[in-house]
Design a protein around this ligand. Structure first.
Ligand code: HEC
Ligand code: HEC
Length: 374
Protein backbone atom coordinates (compact mmCIF):
# COMPACT_ATOMS: atom_id res chain seq x y z
CA UNK A 1 0.00 0.00 0.00
CA UNK A 2 1.44 3.45 0.75
CA UNK A 3 4.87 2.19 1.75
CA UNK A 4 7.59 3.34 -0.59
CA UNK A 5 10.77 2.56 1.28
CA UNK A 6 13.25 3.29 -1.47
CA UNK A 7 11.95 5.86 -3.92
CA UNK A 8 10.58 8.45 -1.60
CA UNK A 9 13.96 9.54 -0.32
CA UNK A 10 14.30 11.83 -3.33
CA UNK A 11 11.44 13.93 -2.07
CA UNK A 12 13.62 14.80 0.90
CA UNK A 13 15.94 17.12 -0.89
CA UNK A 14 13.54 19.86 -1.91
CA UNK A 15 10.32 19.54 0.04
CA UNK A 16 11.50 21.27 3.20
CA UNK A 17 13.55 24.01 1.60
CA UNK A 18 10.68 25.12 -0.62
CA UNK A 19 8.35 25.54 2.28
CA UNK A 20 10.74 27.50 4.47
CA UNK A 21 10.06 30.73 2.62
CA UNK A 22 6.38 30.52 3.57
CA UNK A 23 7.07 30.70 7.30
CA UNK A 24 6.27 33.98 8.93
CA UNK A 25 3.46 34.86 6.55
CA UNK A 26 0.79 33.81 8.98
CA UNK A 27 -0.29 35.77 11.98
CA UNK A 28 -2.77 33.89 14.08
CA UNK A 29 -5.00 35.70 16.49
CA UNK A 30 -4.84 33.97 19.85
CA UNK A 31 -7.73 32.01 21.35
CA UNK A 32 -10.46 32.81 18.87
CA UNK A 33 -9.22 30.18 16.48
CA UNK A 34 -9.66 32.57 13.58
CA UNK A 35 -6.70 33.29 11.38
CA UNK A 36 -5.51 36.58 10.12
CA UNK A 37 -3.05 37.01 7.32
CA UNK A 38 -0.48 39.70 6.81
CA UNK A 39 1.26 40.26 3.46
CA UNK A 40 0.71 37.67 0.77
CA UNK A 41 -2.36 35.69 1.73
CA UNK A 42 -2.04 31.97 1.15
CA UNK A 43 -5.55 30.61 1.61
CA UNK A 44 -4.40 27.01 1.77
CA UNK A 45 -2.01 27.71 4.63
CA UNK A 46 -4.59 29.80 6.46
CA UNK A 47 -7.07 26.93 6.21
CA UNK A 48 -4.38 24.50 7.33
CA UNK A 49 -3.60 26.61 10.39
CA UNK A 50 -7.28 26.52 11.27
CA UNK A 51 -7.53 22.78 10.80
CA UNK A 52 -4.32 22.31 12.83
CA UNK A 53 -5.99 24.13 15.72
CA UNK A 54 -9.17 22.14 15.32
CA UNK A 55 -7.61 18.69 15.05
CA UNK A 56 -4.01 18.67 16.28
CA UNK A 57 -3.23 21.43 18.78
CA UNK A 58 -5.12 19.61 21.52
CA UNK A 59 -2.23 17.14 21.90
CA UNK A 60 0.71 18.54 19.92
CA UNK A 61 0.24 22.10 21.24
CA UNK A 62 -1.24 25.05 19.37
CA UNK A 63 2.19 26.09 18.13
CA UNK A 64 3.45 22.54 17.57
CA UNK A 65 5.50 22.75 20.75
CA UNK A 66 4.39 19.24 21.75
CA UNK A 67 3.23 17.54 24.92
CA UNK A 68 -0.14 19.18 25.48
CA UNK A 69 -1.10 15.49 25.92
CA UNK A 70 1.08 12.54 26.90
CA UNK A 71 3.67 11.42 24.33
CA UNK A 72 2.49 13.82 21.61
CA UNK A 73 5.83 14.88 20.14
CA UNK A 74 6.97 18.38 19.22
CA UNK A 75 5.95 18.76 15.57
CA UNK A 76 7.83 22.07 15.37
CA UNK A 77 11.10 20.49 16.52
CA UNK A 78 13.75 21.30 13.90
CA UNK A 79 15.61 17.99 14.12
CA UNK A 80 12.30 16.24 13.62
CA UNK A 81 11.27 18.33 10.62
CA UNK A 82 14.75 18.16 9.07
CA UNK A 83 14.87 14.37 9.27
CA UNK A 84 11.41 13.24 8.13
CA UNK A 85 10.03 13.38 4.61
CA UNK A 86 6.49 14.21 3.55
CA UNK A 87 5.57 10.57 3.02
CA UNK A 88 6.47 9.86 6.64
CA UNK A 89 4.31 12.75 7.86
CA UNK A 90 1.47 11.74 5.56
CA UNK A 91 1.45 8.15 6.81
CA UNK A 92 1.40 9.26 10.45
CA UNK A 93 -1.46 11.69 9.86
CA UNK A 94 -3.56 9.57 7.48
CA UNK A 95 -3.08 6.17 9.17
CA UNK A 96 -2.26 7.22 12.74
CA UNK A 97 -0.14 5.13 15.08
CA UNK A 98 -2.41 2.16 15.88
CA UNK A 99 -2.51 1.35 19.57
CA UNK A 100 -1.54 4.88 20.65
CA UNK A 101 -3.63 8.02 21.04
CA UNK A 102 -2.51 9.17 17.55
CA UNK A 103 -5.68 8.42 15.55
CA UNK A 104 -5.96 7.95 11.80
CA UNK A 105 -7.10 11.31 10.38
CA UNK A 106 -7.37 10.26 6.73
CA UNK A 107 -10.86 9.76 5.33
CA UNK A 108 -9.92 6.37 3.96
CA UNK A 109 -9.19 5.22 7.51
CA UNK A 110 -12.38 6.68 8.95
CA UNK A 111 -10.84 10.03 9.90
CA UNK A 112 -12.16 13.53 9.14
CA UNK A 113 -9.52 14.84 6.66
CA UNK A 114 -9.42 14.69 2.86
CA UNK A 115 -6.13 14.13 1.02
CA UNK A 116 -6.04 17.83 0.14
CA UNK A 117 -6.49 18.82 3.78
CA UNK A 118 -3.72 16.45 4.85
CA UNK A 119 -1.41 17.88 2.18
CA UNK A 120 -2.18 21.38 3.42
CA UNK A 121 -1.34 20.34 6.98
CA UNK A 122 1.97 18.94 5.77
CA UNK A 123 2.68 22.27 4.09
CA UNK A 124 1.90 24.00 7.37
CA UNK A 125 4.35 21.78 9.28
CA UNK A 126 6.96 22.45 6.59
CA UNK A 127 6.41 26.17 7.01
CA UNK A 128 7.68 25.74 10.57
CA UNK A 129 10.96 24.29 9.34
CA UNK A 130 13.75 26.88 9.51
CA UNK A 131 16.76 24.63 8.87
CA UNK A 132 17.73 22.67 5.75
CA UNK A 133 16.93 18.98 5.58
CA UNK A 134 19.53 16.96 7.47
CA UNK A 135 22.39 15.02 5.93
CA UNK A 136 21.68 11.56 7.27
CA UNK A 137 24.27 8.83 6.79
CA UNK A 138 22.82 5.34 6.54
CA UNK A 139 23.72 3.14 9.52
CA UNK A 140 26.32 0.41 9.22
CA UNK A 141 25.18 -3.21 9.56
CA UNK A 142 23.94 -3.60 13.14
CA UNK A 143 23.07 -6.63 15.24
CA UNK A 144 19.71 -6.33 16.97
CA UNK A 145 20.43 -8.74 19.84
CA UNK A 146 23.65 -6.94 20.76
CA UNK A 147 21.62 -3.76 21.41
CA UNK A 148 19.39 -5.22 24.10
CA UNK A 149 21.54 -4.28 27.13
CA UNK A 150 21.94 -0.72 25.83
CA UNK A 151 18.22 -0.53 25.10
CA UNK A 152 17.33 -1.68 28.58
CA UNK A 153 19.79 0.65 30.29
CA UNK A 154 19.35 3.80 28.22
CA UNK A 155 16.07 3.75 26.28
CA UNK A 156 13.45 1.51 27.87
CA UNK A 157 12.58 3.88 30.72
CA UNK A 158 11.14 6.36 28.21
CA UNK A 159 10.19 4.20 25.21
CA UNK A 160 9.08 1.02 27.03
CA UNK A 161 10.83 -2.35 27.27
CA UNK A 162 9.67 -3.39 23.78
CA UNK A 163 9.47 0.10 22.31
CA UNK A 164 5.73 0.30 22.97
CA UNK A 165 6.11 3.79 24.47
CA UNK A 166 6.09 4.85 28.12
CA UNK A 167 6.88 8.46 28.99
CA UNK A 168 7.78 9.01 25.32
CA UNK A 169 6.26 7.93 22.02
CA UNK A 170 6.32 4.36 20.75
CA UNK A 171 9.07 3.10 18.44
CA UNK A 172 7.54 -0.31 17.65
CA UNK A 173 4.57 1.21 15.91
CA UNK A 174 3.85 -0.54 12.59
CA UNK A 175 3.18 2.70 10.74
CA UNK A 176 6.31 4.34 12.13
CA UNK A 177 8.45 1.30 11.26
CA UNK A 178 7.02 1.03 7.78
CA UNK A 179 7.81 4.65 6.94
CA UNK A 180 10.89 5.65 8.97
CA UNK A 181 14.18 5.06 7.14
CA UNK A 182 17.14 3.50 8.99
CA UNK A 183 19.08 6.73 8.42
CA UNK A 184 16.27 8.75 10.00
CA UNK A 185 16.14 6.49 13.07
CA UNK A 186 19.91 6.65 13.42
CA UNK A 187 19.83 10.43 13.14
CA UNK A 188 17.25 10.70 15.92
CA UNK A 189 19.37 8.59 18.26
CA UNK A 190 22.62 10.39 17.43
CA UNK A 191 21.33 13.98 17.47
CA UNK A 192 18.37 13.75 19.86
CA UNK A 193 15.59 16.35 19.80
CA UNK A 194 16.53 19.71 21.32
CA UNK A 195 14.08 21.05 23.85
CA UNK A 196 12.47 17.62 24.45
CA UNK A 197 13.51 14.77 26.78
CA UNK A 198 15.19 12.90 23.88
CA UNK A 199 18.96 13.15 24.48
CA UNK A 200 21.65 13.14 21.75
CA UNK A 201 23.52 9.86 22.19
CA UNK A 202 26.35 10.66 19.77
CA UNK A 203 29.56 10.51 21.78
CA UNK A 204 27.92 8.65 24.69
CA UNK A 205 27.07 5.49 22.78
CA UNK A 206 29.65 4.17 20.28
CA UNK A 207 28.69 4.46 16.61
CA UNK A 208 28.50 0.68 16.17
CA UNK A 209 26.19 0.38 19.18
CA UNK A 210 23.91 3.01 17.67
CA UNK A 211 23.81 0.88 14.50
CA UNK A 212 22.80 -2.07 16.70
CA UNK A 213 19.99 0.01 18.24
CA UNK A 214 18.66 0.87 14.78
CA UNK A 215 18.65 -2.85 13.91
CA UNK A 216 16.82 -3.64 17.15
CA UNK A 217 14.13 -1.02 16.55
CA UNK A 218 13.66 -2.23 12.97
CA UNK A 219 13.33 -5.82 14.15
CA UNK A 220 10.01 -4.84 15.79
CA UNK A 221 8.45 -4.29 12.39
CA UNK A 222 5.00 -5.82 11.85
CA UNK A 223 2.39 -5.63 9.14
CA UNK A 224 -0.67 -3.44 9.68
CA UNK A 225 -4.23 -4.07 8.68
CA UNK A 226 -5.50 -2.11 5.75
CA UNK A 227 -9.21 -1.14 5.67
CA UNK A 228 -9.29 -1.81 1.91
CA UNK A 229 -11.60 0.23 -0.24
CA UNK A 230 -14.60 0.37 2.04
CA UNK A 231 -14.32 3.61 4.02
CA UNK A 232 -18.08 3.65 4.56
CA UNK A 233 -17.54 0.70 6.88
CA UNK A 234 -15.60 3.14 9.06
CA UNK A 235 -18.42 5.59 9.83
CA UNK A 236 -19.77 5.13 13.38
CA UNK A 237 -23.52 4.81 13.82
CA UNK A 238 -25.28 7.25 16.15
CA UNK A 239 -28.45 5.56 17.42
CA UNK A 240 -31.72 7.23 18.47
CA UNK A 241 -31.21 6.18 22.04
CA UNK A 242 -27.94 7.63 23.38
CA UNK A 243 -28.29 6.23 26.88
CA UNK A 244 -26.81 2.86 27.78
CA UNK A 245 -29.26 0.93 30.00
CA UNK A 246 -32.03 3.57 29.86
CA UNK A 247 -34.05 1.64 32.46
CA UNK A 248 -31.12 1.18 34.85
CA UNK A 249 -30.45 3.05 38.05
CA UNK A 250 -27.85 5.85 38.23
CA UNK A 251 -24.27 4.79 38.88
CA UNK A 252 -22.79 5.56 42.27
CA UNK A 253 -19.51 7.41 41.79
CA UNK A 254 -17.24 8.63 44.59
CA UNK A 255 -16.53 12.37 44.58
CA UNK A 256 -14.65 13.05 41.34
CA UNK A 257 -10.91 13.58 41.57
CA UNK A 258 -10.28 17.29 41.00
CA UNK A 259 -13.98 17.56 40.34
CA UNK A 260 -13.44 15.91 36.92
CA UNK A 261 -12.10 12.36 36.91
CA UNK A 262 -13.87 9.07 37.67
CA UNK A 263 -11.66 5.99 38.10
CA UNK A 264 -11.83 3.07 35.65
CA UNK A 265 -12.83 0.64 38.39
CA UNK A 266 -16.02 2.59 39.24
CA UNK A 267 -17.00 2.93 35.59
CA UNK A 268 -16.38 -0.78 34.96
CA UNK A 269 -18.60 -1.57 37.95
CA UNK A 270 -21.35 0.67 36.57
CA UNK A 271 -21.21 -1.17 33.23
CA UNK A 272 -21.30 -4.54 34.89
CA UNK A 273 -24.26 -3.48 37.10
CA UNK A 274 -26.27 -2.22 34.10
CA UNK A 275 -26.39 1.38 35.29
CA UNK A 276 -27.98 4.18 33.29
CA UNK A 277 -25.16 6.15 31.67
CA UNK A 278 -24.01 7.89 28.49
CA UNK A 279 -20.49 7.23 27.26
CA UNK A 280 -19.04 9.75 24.83
CA UNK A 281 -16.01 8.62 22.84
CA UNK A 282 -14.05 11.84 22.31
CA UNK A 283 -11.57 10.37 19.80
CA UNK A 284 -11.59 10.44 16.03
CA UNK A 285 -14.01 7.94 14.42
CA UNK A 286 -11.09 5.81 13.18
CA UNK A 287 -10.20 5.06 16.81
CA UNK A 288 -13.84 4.46 17.76
CA UNK A 289 -14.20 1.80 15.09
CA UNK A 290 -11.13 -0.07 16.36
CA UNK A 291 -12.78 -0.40 19.76
CA UNK A 292 -14.92 1.59 22.18
CA UNK A 293 -16.72 1.19 25.50
CA UNK A 294 -20.02 -0.73 25.34
CA UNK A 295 -22.78 1.62 24.20
CA UNK A 296 -20.39 4.52 23.62
CA UNK A 297 -21.49 7.30 21.25
CA UNK A 298 -19.00 8.88 18.87
CA UNK A 299 -18.38 12.51 19.83
CA UNK A 300 -15.01 13.68 18.50
CA UNK A 301 -13.32 16.50 20.42
CA UNK A 302 -13.46 18.67 17.29
CA UNK A 303 -17.22 18.33 16.83
CA UNK A 304 -19.00 18.28 20.19
CA UNK A 305 -22.04 20.39 19.31
CA UNK A 306 -23.66 17.71 17.14
CA UNK A 307 -24.14 15.41 20.07
CA UNK A 308 -24.81 18.05 22.73
CA UNK A 309 -28.13 18.92 21.11
CA UNK A 310 -29.29 15.33 21.45
CA UNK A 311 -28.14 14.48 24.97
CA UNK A 312 -30.73 13.98 27.72
CA UNK A 313 -30.93 16.85 30.20
CA UNK A 314 -32.37 14.78 33.03
CA UNK A 315 -29.26 14.36 35.16
CA UNK A 316 -28.13 11.12 33.50
CA UNK A 317 -24.41 10.66 34.09
CA UNK A 318 -22.32 11.42 31.02
CA UNK A 319 -18.77 10.04 31.01
CA UNK A 320 -16.39 11.13 28.25
CA UNK A 321 -13.19 9.28 27.47
CA UNK A 322 -10.26 9.27 25.08
CA UNK A 323 -6.86 7.63 24.82
CA UNK A 324 -4.55 10.52 25.52
CA UNK A 325 -5.77 10.05 28.39
CA UNK A 326 -7.61 13.33 29.22
CA UNK A 327 -7.05 16.01 26.59
CA UNK A 328 -9.82 15.14 24.14
CA UNK A 329 -12.29 13.89 26.76
CA UNK A 330 -11.57 16.95 28.91
CA UNK A 331 -12.47 19.22 26.01
CA UNK A 332 -15.75 17.37 25.45
CA UNK A 333 -16.63 17.47 29.15
CA UNK A 334 -15.85 21.19 29.38
CA UNK A 335 -18.24 21.81 26.47
CA UNK A 336 -20.95 19.80 28.24
CA UNK A 337 -20.49 21.73 31.47
CA UNK A 338 -20.58 25.00 29.60
CA UNK A 339 -23.85 23.88 28.05
CA UNK A 340 -25.26 23.26 31.53
CA UNK A 341 -25.07 19.46 31.90
CA UNK A 342 -24.93 18.49 35.56
CA UNK A 343 -23.43 15.04 35.99
CA UNK A 344 -20.40 14.85 33.78
CA UNK A 345 -17.02 13.19 34.24
CA UNK A 346 -13.91 12.08 32.41
CA UNK A 347 -12.68 8.46 32.54
CA UNK A 348 -9.51 8.98 34.53
CA UNK A 349 -7.03 6.52 33.09
CA UNK A 350 -8.37 6.62 29.51
CA UNK A 351 -9.59 3.93 27.14
CA UNK A 352 -6.21 2.36 26.33
CA UNK A 353 -5.75 1.52 30.00
CA UNK A 354 -9.39 0.37 30.18
CA UNK A 355 -8.73 -2.16 27.42
CA UNK A 356 -5.33 -3.20 28.79
CA UNK A 357 -7.02 -3.98 32.11
CA UNK A 358 -9.34 -6.38 30.32
CA UNK A 359 -12.55 -4.35 30.67
CA UNK A 360 -15.18 -4.92 27.96
CA UNK A 361 -14.90 -3.16 24.60
CA UNK A 362 -17.00 -3.32 21.44
CA UNK A 363 -15.45 -3.15 17.96
CA UNK A 364 -16.98 -1.73 14.79
CA UNK A 365 -19.36 1.06 13.87
CA UNK A 366 -22.23 0.21 16.24
CA UNK A 367 -22.23 1.33 19.89
CA UNK A 368 -23.33 -2.14 21.00
CA UNK A 369 -23.98 -3.18 24.57
CA UNK A 370 -22.18 -5.26 27.18
CA UNK A 371 -23.58 -8.34 25.42
CA UNK A 372 -21.65 -7.44 22.24
CA UNK A 373 -18.40 -6.84 24.09
CA UNK A 374 -15.28 -8.94 23.96
C1 HEC B 1 -5.36 12.84 20.97
C2 HEC B 1 -4.01 13.32 20.87
C3 HEC B 1 -3.46 13.61 19.49
C4 HEC B 1 -4.05 14.34 18.49
C5 HEC B 1 -5.36 15.10 18.54
C6 HEC B 1 -3.12 14.31 17.37
N1 HEC B 1 -2.01 13.58 17.70
FE1 HEC B 1 -0.39 13.25 16.49
N2 HEC B 1 0.39 12.04 17.91
C7 HEC B 1 -0.11 11.83 19.18
C8 HEC B 1 0.74 10.91 19.89
C9 HEC B 1 0.54 10.46 21.32
C10 HEC B 1 1.78 10.54 18.99
C11 HEC B 1 2.90 9.53 19.24
C12 HEC B 1 2.31 8.16 18.96
C13 HEC B 1 3.24 7.01 19.29
O1 HEC B 1 3.48 6.78 20.48
O2 HEC B 1 3.70 6.34 18.35
C14 HEC B 1 1.53 11.28 17.76
C15 HEC B 1 2.32 11.16 16.61
C16 HEC B 1 2.22 12.00 15.51
C17 HEC B 1 3.14 12.02 14.40
C18 HEC B 1 4.34 11.12 14.22
C19 HEC B 1 5.52 11.67 14.94
C20 HEC B 1 6.73 10.76 14.91
O3 HEC B 1 7.80 11.25 15.19
O4 HEC B 1 6.60 9.57 14.64
C21 HEC B 1 2.72 13.02 13.56
C22 HEC B 1 3.38 13.45 12.26
C23 HEC B 1 1.52 13.59 14.13
N3 HEC B 1 1.23 12.95 15.31
C24 HEC B 1 0.79 14.62 13.57
C25 HEC B 1 -0.49 14.98 14.00
C26 HEC B 1 -1.36 15.88 13.28
C27 HEC B 1 -1.00 16.64 12.02
C28 HEC B 1 -2.54 15.94 13.98
C29 HEC B 1 -3.82 16.64 13.59
C30 HEC B 1 -4.42 16.21 12.35
C31 HEC B 1 -2.38 15.10 15.15
N4 HEC B 1 -1.14 14.53 15.12
C32 HEC B 1 -3.35 14.94 16.15
C33 HEC B 1 -1.26 12.39 19.70
C34 HEC B 1 -2.18 13.14 18.97
C1 HEC C 1 14.41 10.68 28.85
C2 HEC C 1 13.54 10.01 27.89
C3 HEC C 1 14.16 9.38 26.67
C4 HEC C 1 15.21 8.50 26.60
C5 HEC C 1 16.08 8.00 27.74
C6 HEC C 1 15.32 8.13 25.21
N1 HEC C 1 14.38 8.77 24.47
FE1 HEC C 1 14.11 8.60 22.46
N2 HEC C 1 12.70 10.04 22.52
C7 HEC C 1 12.22 10.62 23.65
C8 HEC C 1 11.24 11.59 23.28
C9 HEC C 1 10.43 12.45 24.24
C10 HEC C 1 11.17 11.60 21.87
C11 HEC C 1 10.30 12.47 20.99
C12 HEC C 1 10.85 13.89 21.03
C13 HEC C 1 10.11 14.87 20.15
O1 HEC C 1 10.48 14.95 18.96
O2 HEC C 1 9.19 15.52 20.63
C14 HEC C 1 12.11 10.60 21.42
C15 HEC C 1 12.32 10.27 20.08
C16 HEC C 1 13.06 9.20 19.66
C17 HEC C 1 13.16 8.75 18.30
C18 HEC C 1 12.45 9.37 17.11
C19 HEC C 1 11.07 8.76 16.99
C20 HEC C 1 10.15 9.44 16.00
O3 HEC C 1 9.01 9.00 15.90
O4 HEC C 1 10.49 10.38 15.32
C21 HEC C 1 13.97 7.64 18.29
C22 HEC C 1 14.35 6.78 17.10
C23 HEC C 1 14.40 7.42 19.66
N3 HEC C 1 13.83 8.38 20.46
C24 HEC C 1 15.22 6.41 20.08
C25 HEC C 1 15.78 6.31 21.36
C26 HEC C 1 16.79 5.35 21.73
C27 HEC C 1 17.35 4.28 20.84
C28 HEC C 1 17.11 5.63 23.04
C29 HEC C 1 18.17 4.97 23.88
C30 HEC C 1 19.52 4.98 23.37
C31 HEC C 1 16.25 6.71 23.47
N4 HEC C 1 15.47 7.10 22.43
C32 HEC C 1 16.25 7.23 24.75
C33 HEC C 1 12.59 10.35 24.96
C34 HEC C 1 13.65 9.54 25.31
Amino acid sequence: MSAMPAGRRNAFLLGGALAVGLGGVLVLTQCTGTSDVRDEADPELVAAAQSYRTYCGLCHGDEGEGYAADDANALRNQQFLASVDDAFLRAAIVRGHPGTSMAAYGERYGGPLTDAEVNALIRLLRSWQTVPNAEMPAPGPGVALRAIPTWEAQCASCHGDRGQGATALSLNNPVFLETATPAQIRYAIAKGRDGTPMPAFEGTIADERIDDLVALIQSWSRVTDDPGDAPEAMVPVIPEQLVLNPDGRAPRFSPLREGRYVPTAEVAQAVEDGRRIVFLDARAPSDYVRYHLPGAIISPYYDVQTIIERLPRDGTWIVAYCGCPHAASGRVMDALREAGFANTAVLDEGVIHWKDEGHPVVTGVNPGTLADAE
